[in-house]
Design a protein around this ligand. Structure first.
Ligand code: HEC
Length: 174
């Protein structure tokens, strides 16, 4: 009886290897856009690459154990969930308000030690306090820069618009 059950389990395990989840492997360009927009230092970049991008971007690195079912499915689920909440590859599609909100959550999650997910730290190690501090400082600076930068383009647009409109109406009426 036990032998049969074991045999069945092994069989299920082997068959499940053919049911591969779709991989999360887009080009790094989508992340590079985010890194340029948020002025990520080389140091912060390395921390994000090692601790966050696997679940919060369209580019996941796949060590061999992540290719093995059921771990592959479990990881795919985390990636899907993580990306739904915060995806650096979609950074440019967020409004300034959303960007600031994500950065606020980013700081909160790190302060609570909720990110990276605990299961991820089994293989990748915990986020050292000194790295956590660097990430928090970077997120706060980025958020400040977004808030400050927001006012300039708005003023420019309203200044230049009436001029253009009146120019064309003058031409039209002659
Ligand atoms: C193993 C996958 C994984 C890794 C690695 C990971 N996250 Fe997450 N993250 C998730 C999942 C899943 C969620 C959504 C569910 C939750 O909040 O627990 C999430 C949610 C978030 C959120 C949004 C929280 C909210 O309130 O909506 C932020 C911000 C975040 N993570 C930041 C980070 C940062 C920063 C790192 C790196 C230090 C990181 N994560 C590493 C999987 C991951």
């Amino acid at each position: 009886m036990i032998k049969r059950i074991l045999f069945l389990l092994v069989l299920i395990f082997l068959i499940s290897q053919f049911l591969r989840p779709t991989k999360n492997e887009a080009s790094y360009d989508s992340i590079a856009t985010f890194e340029a927009a948020t002025i990520v230092s080389a140091e912060v970049k390395t921390i994000l690459q090692n601790q966050c991008y696997d679940c919060h971007s369209n580019v996941t690195r796949y060590p061999w154990y992540m290719e093995v079912s059921p771990i592959s499915h479990w990881m795919a689920y985390h990636i899907k969930e993580g990306k739904e909440h915060f995806n650096v590859s979609e950074w440019e599609s967020y409004t300034d308000k959303q960007k600031n909100h994500k950065l606020e959550e980013f700081v909160e999650e790190i302060e609570k030690k909720a990110m990276p997910l605990e299961s991820y730290t089994w293989m990748h190690g915990k986020l050292p306090d000194s790295d956590a501090e660097k990430l928090i400082n970077w997120a706060k600076q980025t958020s400040d820069a977004i808030t400050k930068g927001k006012e300039e383009p708005q003023e420019k647009v309203t200044d230049s618009l009436p001029v253009k409109v009146s120019d064309s109406t003058v031409v039209d009426s002659i």
